[in-house]
Design a protein around this ligand. Sequence first.
Ligand SMILES: [Zn+2]
Length: 445
Amino acid sequence: MPVTFFAEHAWVGGAVASGVVIEVSGGRVCGVRTGLAAPPPGAEVLRGLTLPGLANAHSHAFHRALRGIAQRGSGTFWTWRETMYEVAGRLDPDAYLELARAVYAEMALAGITCVGEFHYLHHAPGGTPYGDPNAMGEALIEAAAQAGIRITLLDTCYLSSGFGAPPERHQLRFSDGDADAWAARASELKERAHARIGAAVHSVRAVPAEQIATVARWAAERDAPLHVHLSEQPAENEACLAAHGRTPAGLLADRGALGPRTSAVHATHLTGGDIATLGGSGTTVCMCPTTERDLADGIGPAADLAAAGSPISLGSDSHAVIDLFEEARAVELDERLRTLRRGTWSAAALLRAATLDGHASLGWPEAGRIEAGAPADFVTVALDSVRTAGPPPELGAETAVFAASAADVRHVVVGGRPVVRDGAHLLVPDVPGALSRAIARVTRP
Ligand SMILES: [Zn+2]
Protein backbone atom coordinates (compact mmCIF):
# COMPACT_ATOMS: atom_id res chain seq x y z
CA MET A 1 0.00 0.00 0.00
CA PRO A 2 1.60 3.32 -1.03
CA VAL A 3 1.63 5.93 1.74
CA THR A 4 1.98 9.68 1.29
CA PHE A 5 3.73 12.01 3.69
CA PHE A 6 3.56 15.78 3.43
CA ALA A 7 6.54 17.57 4.98
CA GLU A 8 5.97 21.24 5.77
CA HIS A 9 9.70 21.68 5.07
CA ALA A 10 12.27 19.03 4.15
CA TRP A 11 15.99 18.68 3.51
CA VAL A 12 16.06 17.53 -0.12
CA GLY A 13 19.24 17.45 -2.19
CA GLY A 14 21.18 19.55 0.31
CA ALA A 15 18.68 22.41 0.64
CA VAL A 16 15.46 23.22 2.48
CA ALA A 17 12.37 22.76 0.32
CA SER A 18 8.81 23.59 1.38
CA GLY A 19 5.55 21.78 0.75
CA VAL A 20 7.22 18.43 0.10
CA VAL A 21 5.21 15.36 -0.83
CA ILE A 22 7.06 12.11 -0.15
CA GLU A 23 5.47 9.02 -1.69
CA VAL A 24 6.43 5.74 -0.06
CA SER A 25 5.88 2.21 -1.28
CA GLY A 26 7.35 -1.03 0.06
CA GLY A 27 9.35 0.88 2.67
CA ARG A 28 11.12 3.02 0.08
CA VAL A 29 10.64 6.51 -1.24
CA CYS A 30 9.14 6.27 -4.71
CA GLY A 31 8.57 9.96 -5.42
CA VAL A 32 9.38 13.41 -4.05
CA ARG A 33 7.64 16.62 -5.13
CA THR A 34 8.33 20.05 -3.71
CA GLY A 35 6.53 23.38 -3.63
CA LEU A 36 2.99 22.16 -2.96
CA ALA A 37 0.74 24.65 -1.17
CA ALA A 38 -1.27 22.09 0.79
CA PRO A 39 -1.12 18.42 1.72
CA PRO A 40 -2.79 16.03 -0.72
CA PRO A 41 -5.87 14.26 0.70
CA GLY A 42 -4.96 11.41 3.04
CA ALA A 43 -1.31 12.44 3.47
CA GLU A 44 0.32 12.15 6.90
CA VAL A 45 1.45 15.69 7.71
CA LEU A 46 4.94 16.22 9.16
CA ARG A 47 5.06 19.72 10.63
CA GLY A 48 8.58 21.16 11.05
CA LEU A 49 11.75 20.33 9.14
CA THR A 50 11.98 16.76 7.90
CA LEU A 51 15.51 15.42 7.57
CA PRO A 52 16.74 12.06 6.37
CA GLY A 53 16.95 9.64 9.31
CA LEU A 54 20.07 10.13 11.43
CA ALA A 55 22.80 7.48 11.58
CA ASN A 56 24.50 6.90 14.90
CA ALA A 57 27.70 5.40 13.53
CA HIS A 58 29.27 4.32 16.82
CA SER A 59 27.44 2.83 19.79
CA HIS A 60 28.16 0.54 22.70
CA ALA A 61 24.60 0.10 23.94
CA PHE A 62 25.51 -1.07 27.44
CA HIS A 63 27.59 2.04 28.18
CA ARG A 64 24.26 3.84 28.58
CA ALA A 65 24.09 2.23 32.03
CA LEU A 66 27.09 4.35 33.07
CA ARG A 67 25.37 7.68 32.51
CA GLY A 68 25.70 9.69 35.71
CA ILE A 69 27.90 7.05 37.32
CA ALA A 70 30.75 7.92 34.94
CA GLN A 71 30.35 11.62 35.66
CA ARG A 72 31.03 11.31 39.42
CA GLY A 73 34.34 12.71 40.63
CA SER A 74 37.39 12.62 38.40
CA GLY A 75 39.28 9.61 37.08
CA THR A 76 40.71 8.88 33.65
CA PHE A 77 39.67 6.99 30.55
CA TRP A 78 41.29 3.95 32.14
CA THR A 79 39.41 4.21 35.48
CA TRP A 80 36.18 4.79 33.52
CA ARG A 81 36.94 1.56 31.69
CA GLU A 82 37.06 -0.37 34.99
CA THR A 83 33.53 0.81 35.86
CA MET A 84 32.37 -0.08 32.37
CA TYR A 85 33.78 -3.61 32.76
CA GLU A 86 31.79 -4.08 36.00
CA VAL A 87 28.53 -3.34 34.20
CA ALA A 88 29.54 -5.58 31.30
CA GLY A 89 30.11 -8.40 33.77
CA ARG A 90 26.45 -8.36 34.81
CA LEU A 91 24.94 -8.62 31.32
CA ASP A 92 23.49 -11.78 29.83
CA PRO A 93 21.48 -12.04 26.60
CA ASP A 94 18.18 -11.42 28.37
CA ALA A 95 19.38 -8.38 30.31
CA TYR A 96 21.13 -7.06 27.23
CA LEU A 97 17.98 -7.32 25.12
CA GLU A 98 16.06 -5.35 27.75
CA LEU A 99 18.78 -2.68 28.04
CA ALA A 100 19.51 -2.30 24.33
CA ARG A 101 15.81 -2.14 23.46
CA ALA A 102 15.44 0.82 25.82
CA VAL A 103 18.64 2.49 24.57
CA TYR A 104 17.62 2.08 20.93
CA ALA A 105 14.19 3.46 21.80
CA GLU A 106 15.94 6.50 23.27
CA MET A 107 17.86 6.75 20.00
CA ALA A 108 14.62 6.60 17.98
CA LEU A 109 13.20 9.42 20.09
CA ALA A 110 16.37 11.39 19.19
CA GLY A 111 15.78 10.88 15.45
CA ILE A 112 18.29 8.06 15.00
CA THR A 113 16.99 5.54 12.48
CA CYS A 114 20.15 3.43 12.12
CA VAL A 115 22.75 2.47 14.70
CA GLY A 116 26.21 1.02 14.25
CA GLU A 117 26.64 -1.24 17.27
CA PHE A 118 30.31 -1.93 17.95
CA HIS A 119 29.73 -5.21 19.72
CA TYR A 120 32.39 -7.12 21.63
CA LEU A 121 30.52 -8.58 24.64
CA HIS A 122 30.21 -12.00 23.04
CA HIS A 123 30.49 -14.72 25.67
CA ALA A 124 29.37 -15.62 29.20
CA PRO A 125 31.54 -14.47 32.13
CA GLY A 126 34.86 -16.29 32.02
CA GLY A 127 34.66 -16.56 28.24
CA THR A 128 32.40 -19.62 27.91
CA PRO A 129 30.30 -19.40 24.74
CA TYR A 130 26.52 -19.32 25.14
CA GLY A 131 24.49 -22.21 23.65
CA ASP A 132 24.05 -19.93 20.65
CA PRO A 133 27.54 -18.38 20.43
CA ASN A 134 25.91 -15.25 18.92
CA ALA A 135 23.24 -14.93 21.62
CA MET A 136 24.46 -11.48 22.64
CA GLY A 137 24.65 -10.18 19.05
CA GLU A 138 21.21 -11.63 18.34
CA ALA A 139 19.88 -9.81 21.42
CA LEU A 140 21.12 -6.52 19.92
CA ILE A 141 19.57 -7.25 16.52
CA GLU A 142 16.26 -8.12 18.21
CA ALA A 143 16.48 -4.99 20.40
CA ALA A 144 16.78 -2.80 17.31
CA ALA A 145 13.75 -4.54 15.76
CA GLN A 146 11.68 -3.97 18.89
CA ALA A 147 12.74 -0.31 19.02
CA GLY A 148 11.91 0.13 15.33
CA ILE A 149 15.35 1.15 14.04
CA ARG A 150 17.95 -0.31 11.70
CA ILE A 151 21.18 -1.77 13.01
CA THR A 152 24.53 -2.65 11.59
CA LEU A 153 25.99 -5.15 14.03
CA LEU A 154 29.72 -4.53 13.89
CA ASP A 155 30.87 -7.82 15.31
CA THR A 156 34.12 -7.01 17.03
CA CYS A 157 37.29 -9.04 17.26
CA TYR A 158 38.85 -8.51 20.69
CA LEU A 159 41.64 -10.91 21.63
CA SER A 160 44.23 -9.21 23.75
CA SER A 161 44.62 -6.79 26.67
CA GLY A 162 47.38 -5.07 24.75
CA PHE A 163 49.91 -5.88 22.06
CA GLY A 164 50.07 -9.61 22.54
CA ALA A 165 49.18 -9.80 26.25
CA PRO A 166 46.37 -12.26 27.07
CA PRO A 167 42.92 -10.88 27.91
CA GLU A 168 42.43 -9.73 31.49
CA ARG A 169 39.65 -11.17 33.65
CA HIS A 170 36.83 -8.91 32.39
CA GLN A 171 38.03 -9.20 28.80
CA LEU A 172 37.65 -12.99 28.66
CA ARG A 173 34.03 -12.44 27.60
CA PHE A 174 35.19 -10.49 24.58
CA SER A 175 37.65 -12.99 23.16
CA ASP A 176 37.10 -15.80 20.66
CA GLY A 177 40.70 -16.96 21.11
CA ASP A 178 41.96 -15.99 17.68
CA ALA A 179 40.77 -14.17 14.58
CA ASP A 180 39.88 -17.39 12.73
CA ALA A 181 37.54 -18.43 15.55
CA TRP A 182 36.11 -14.89 15.57
CA ALA A 183 35.48 -15.19 11.81
CA ALA A 184 33.80 -18.59 12.16
CA ARG A 185 31.41 -17.24 14.81
CA ALA A 186 30.71 -13.95 13.02
CA SER A 187 29.97 -15.85 9.80
CA GLU A 188 26.93 -17.41 11.47
CA LEU A 189 25.21 -14.01 11.83
CA LYS A 190 22.50 -13.47 9.21
CA GLU A 191 21.37 -10.19 7.73
CA ARG A 192 17.69 -9.30 7.73
CA ALA A 193 15.53 -6.42 6.53
CA HIS A 194 16.46 -4.13 9.43
CA ALA A 195 19.93 -5.55 10.17
CA ARG A 196 23.24 -5.73 8.33
CA ILE A 197 26.45 -7.30 9.57
CA GLY A 198 29.88 -5.68 9.62
CA ALA A 199 33.20 -6.35 11.29
CA ALA A 200 35.35 -4.48 13.76
CA VAL A 201 38.88 -4.66 15.03
CA HIS A 202 38.46 -3.39 18.57
CA SER A 203 41.79 -1.55 18.38
CA VAL A 204 45.41 -2.24 17.57
CA ARG A 205 45.75 -2.96 21.30
CA ALA A 206 43.18 -5.76 21.24
CA VAL A 207 43.98 -7.63 18.02
CA PRO A 208 47.53 -8.87 17.40
CA ALA A 209 48.98 -7.27 14.27
CA GLU A 210 49.28 -10.56 12.37
CA GLN A 211 45.54 -11.25 12.88
CA ILE A 212 44.21 -7.85 11.78
CA ALA A 213 44.35 -8.96 8.14
CA THR A 214 42.02 -11.90 8.90
CA VAL A 215 39.30 -9.52 10.07
CA ALA A 216 39.95 -7.14 7.16
CA ARG A 217 39.68 -10.02 4.68
CA TRP A 218 36.41 -11.25 6.23
CA ALA A 219 34.90 -7.79 5.72
CA ALA A 220 36.32 -7.47 2.20
CA GLU A 221 34.87 -10.82 1.13
CA ARG A 222 31.42 -9.61 2.17
CA ASP A 223 31.85 -6.02 0.99
CA ALA A 224 30.95 -5.20 4.61
CA PRO A 225 31.93 -2.25 6.80
CA LEU A 226 35.05 -2.58 8.95
CA HIS A 227 35.32 -0.34 12.01
CA VAL A 228 38.21 0.20 14.43
CA HIS A 229 38.90 2.39 17.46
CA LEU A 230 41.94 4.45 16.52
CA SER A 231 44.29 6.61 18.59
CA GLU A 232 41.72 7.69 21.17
CA GLN A 233 44.48 7.89 23.76
CA PRO A 234 48.16 8.88 23.45
CA ALA A 235 49.04 5.76 25.48
CA GLU A 236 47.82 3.57 22.61
CA ASN A 237 50.10 5.39 20.18
CA GLU A 238 53.11 5.03 22.49
CA ALA A 239 52.52 1.31 23.05
CA CYS A 240 52.00 0.69 19.32
CA LEU A 241 55.18 2.54 18.43
CA ALA A 242 57.07 0.55 21.06
CA ALA A 243 55.68 -2.79 19.85
CA HIS A 244 55.69 -2.24 16.09
CA GLY A 245 57.69 0.89 15.33
CA ARG A 246 54.70 2.51 13.64
CA THR A 247 51.59 4.41 14.62
CA PRO A 248 48.22 2.64 14.90
CA ALA A 249 47.09 4.19 11.59
CA GLY A 250 50.35 3.08 9.97
CA LEU A 251 49.92 -0.43 11.34
CA LEU A 252 46.33 -0.68 10.04
CA ALA A 253 47.48 0.53 6.62
CA ASP A 254 50.24 -2.11 6.58
CA ARG A 255 47.70 -4.81 7.37
CA GLY A 256 45.24 -3.83 4.65
CA ALA A 257 42.62 -2.55 7.07
CA LEU A 258 42.05 0.97 5.67
CA GLY A 259 39.91 2.06 2.72
CA PRO A 260 36.43 3.34 1.80
CA ARG A 261 34.61 0.55 3.70
CA THR A 262 36.62 1.28 6.87
CA SER A 263 35.70 3.68 9.66
CA ALA A 264 38.33 4.83 12.14
CA VAL A 265 36.56 5.80 15.35
CA HIS A 266 37.89 8.83 17.28
CA ALA A 267 41.20 9.31 15.39
CA THR A 268 42.03 11.93 18.02
CA HIS A 269 45.81 11.82 18.38
CA LEU A 270 47.23 11.62 14.85
CA THR A 271 50.46 12.58 13.14
CA GLY A 272 50.46 14.47 9.84
CA GLY A 273 51.39 11.17 8.21
CA ASP A 274 48.40 9.44 9.80
CA ILE A 275 46.05 12.11 8.45
CA ALA A 276 47.46 11.66 4.94
CA THR A 277 47.20 7.87 5.24
CA LEU A 278 43.59 7.90 6.45
CA GLY A 279 42.44 10.58 4.02
CA GLY A 280 44.32 9.12 1.08
CA SER A 281 42.72 5.72 1.62
CA GLY A 282 39.20 7.22 1.80
CA THR A 283 38.74 5.85 5.32
CA THR A 284 35.76 7.41 7.10
CA VAL A 285 36.49 8.99 10.47
CA CYS A 286 33.77 8.68 13.09
CA MET A 287 33.84 11.59 15.51
CA CYS A 288 32.23 11.10 18.93
CA PRO A 289 32.66 14.56 20.48
CA THR A 290 30.37 14.17 23.51
CA THR A 291 32.23 11.03 24.57
CA GLU A 292 35.63 12.46 23.70
CA ARG A 293 34.98 15.48 25.91
CA ASP A 294 33.45 13.36 28.68
CA LEU A 295 36.53 11.13 28.77
CA ALA A 296 38.99 14.03 28.32
CA ASP A 297 40.31 12.40 25.14
CA GLY A 298 41.03 15.59 23.22
CA ILE A 299 39.82 17.15 19.96
CA GLY A 300 40.48 15.19 16.80
CA PRO A 301 41.62 16.84 13.56
CA ALA A 302 38.28 16.39 11.76
CA ALA A 303 38.80 19.31 9.38
CA ASP A 304 42.28 18.18 8.35
CA LEU A 305 41.01 14.63 7.85
CA ALA A 306 38.14 15.84 5.68
CA ALA A 307 40.53 17.97 3.64
CA ALA A 308 42.74 14.91 3.18
CA GLY A 309 39.81 12.87 1.84
CA SER A 310 38.08 11.24 4.81
CA PRO A 311 34.27 11.41 5.03
CA ILE A 312 33.14 12.20 8.59
CA SER A 313 30.44 10.32 10.51
CA LEU A 314 29.09 10.85 14.03
CA GLY A 315 28.56 8.55 17.00
CA SER A 316 27.27 8.85 20.54
CA ASP A 317 29.65 6.02 21.57
CA SER A 318 29.44 5.89 25.40
CA HIS A 319 26.01 7.60 25.41
CA ALA A 320 26.96 10.26 27.94
CA VAL A 321 24.21 11.94 25.90
CA ILE A 322 22.29 10.59 22.91
CA ASP A 323 21.79 13.61 20.69
CA LEU A 324 23.20 13.66 17.16
CA PHE A 325 22.54 17.41 16.85
CA GLU A 326 24.87 17.92 19.81
CA GLU A 327 27.49 15.63 18.22
CA ALA A 328 27.18 17.51 14.92
CA ARG A 329 27.56 21.01 16.30
CA ALA A 330 30.37 19.92 18.62
CA VAL A 331 32.52 19.09 15.59
CA GLU A 332 32.33 22.74 14.50
CA LEU A 333 32.29 24.31 17.97
CA ASP A 334 35.32 22.33 19.17
CA GLU A 335 37.10 23.44 16.00
CA ARG A 336 36.30 27.08 16.83
CA LEU A 337 37.79 26.74 20.30
CA ARG A 338 40.88 25.08 18.89
CA THR A 339 41.50 27.43 15.95
CA LEU A 340 39.76 30.68 17.04
CA ARG A 341 37.99 30.60 13.67
CA ARG A 342 34.28 30.16 12.87
CA GLY A 343 32.67 28.32 10.00
CA THR A 344 34.98 25.41 9.17
CA TRP A 345 31.91 23.14 9.10
CA SER A 346 28.62 24.36 7.64
CA ALA A 347 25.30 23.07 8.90
CA ALA A 348 24.89 21.28 5.56
CA ALA A 349 28.25 19.51 5.90
CA LEU A 350 27.41 18.42 9.44
CA LEU A 351 23.98 17.15 8.35
CA ARG A 352 25.72 15.15 5.65
CA ALA A 353 27.91 13.53 8.33
CA ALA A 354 24.83 12.76 10.45
CA THR A 355 22.89 11.25 7.54
CA LEU A 356 24.48 10.27 4.22
CA ASP A 357 28.06 9.61 5.27
CA GLY A 358 26.99 7.99 8.54
CA HIS A 359 24.74 5.54 6.71
CA ALA A 360 27.40 4.79 4.10
CA SER A 361 29.89 4.01 6.88
CA LEU A 362 27.42 1.44 8.23
CA GLY A 363 26.87 -0.28 4.90
CA TRP A 364 23.60 1.47 3.99
CA PRO A 365 24.84 3.64 1.09
CA GLU A 366 21.32 3.96 -0.32
CA ALA A 367 20.04 5.61 2.90
CA GLY A 368 20.47 9.04 4.45
CA ARG A 369 18.71 11.03 1.73
CA ILE A 370 15.16 11.90 0.82
CA GLU A 371 14.93 10.84 -2.81
CA ALA A 372 13.30 8.15 -4.92
CA GLY A 373 14.83 4.74 -4.26
CA ALA A 374 16.11 5.52 -0.77
CA PRO A 375 14.69 3.78 2.30
CA ALA A 376 11.80 5.83 3.67
CA ASP A 377 13.64 6.83 6.85
CA PHE A 378 13.09 10.37 8.05
CA VAL A 379 12.95 12.50 11.14
CA THR A 380 10.96 15.69 11.65
CA VAL A 381 12.43 18.40 13.87
CA ALA A 382 10.02 20.91 15.39
CA LEU A 383 10.67 24.48 14.28
CA ASP A 384 8.24 25.89 16.83
CA SER A 385 9.77 24.70 20.10
CA VAL A 386 11.27 27.03 22.69
CA ARG A 387 14.70 26.27 21.20
CA THR A 388 13.89 26.42 17.51
CA ALA A 389 11.17 29.08 17.16
CA GLY A 390 12.13 32.30 15.40
CA PRO A 391 14.48 31.62 12.47
CA PRO A 392 12.88 31.49 9.01
CA PRO A 393 12.38 27.98 7.59
CA GLU A 394 15.12 28.47 4.99
CA LEU A 395 17.57 28.48 7.92
CA GLY A 396 16.16 25.15 9.10
CA ALA A 397 19.46 23.32 8.73
CA GLU A 398 21.33 25.92 10.78
CA THR A 399 18.53 25.85 13.37
CA ALA A 400 18.52 22.06 13.59
CA VAL A 401 22.30 21.70 13.82
CA PHE A 402 23.13 24.66 16.05
CA ALA A 403 20.04 25.04 18.25
CA ALA A 404 17.86 21.93 18.26
CA SER A 405 18.20 19.06 20.68
CA ALA A 406 16.99 15.49 20.65
CA ALA A 407 13.94 16.76 22.54
CA ASP A 408 12.85 18.65 19.40
CA VAL A 409 12.39 15.46 17.39
CA ARG A 410 8.68 15.23 16.72
CA HIS A 411 8.19 12.39 14.25
CA VAL A 412 10.35 9.49 13.09
CA VAL A 413 9.58 7.18 10.19
CA VAL A 414 11.64 4.06 9.45
CA GLY A 415 11.02 2.08 6.29
CA GLY A 416 7.80 4.02 5.79
CA ARG A 417 6.49 3.04 9.22
CA PRO A 418 5.94 5.73 11.87
CA VAL A 419 8.04 4.85 14.95
CA VAL A 420 7.78 8.15 16.82
CA ARG A 421 4.73 10.41 16.54
CA ASP A 422 4.41 13.75 18.37
CA GLY A 423 7.46 12.87 20.46
CA ALA A 424 6.07 9.54 21.67
CA HIS A 425 7.59 6.16 20.80
CA LEU A 426 4.89 4.00 19.23
CA LEU A 427 6.53 0.62 19.98
CA VAL A 428 8.11 1.16 23.42
CA PRO A 429 5.43 2.94 25.45
CA ASP A 430 7.45 4.20 28.44
CA VAL A 431 11.07 4.68 27.34
CA PRO A 432 12.29 6.35 30.56
CA GLY A 433 10.71 3.53 32.58
CA ALA A 434 12.27 0.92 30.30
CA LEU A 435 15.68 2.57 30.74
CA SER A 436 15.31 2.76 34.53
CA ARG A 437 14.36 -0.88 34.89
CA ALA A 438 17.04 -2.16 32.52
CA ILE A 439 19.79 -0.06 34.10
CA ALA A 440 18.81 -0.93 37.66
CA ARG A 441 19.11 -4.59 36.72
CA VAL A 442 22.79 -4.23 35.74
CA THR A 443 23.96 -1.53 38.18
CA ARG A 444 22.04 -2.44 41.37
CA PRO A 445 21.51 -6.18 41.06
ZN1 LIG B 1 33.79 3.07 21.19
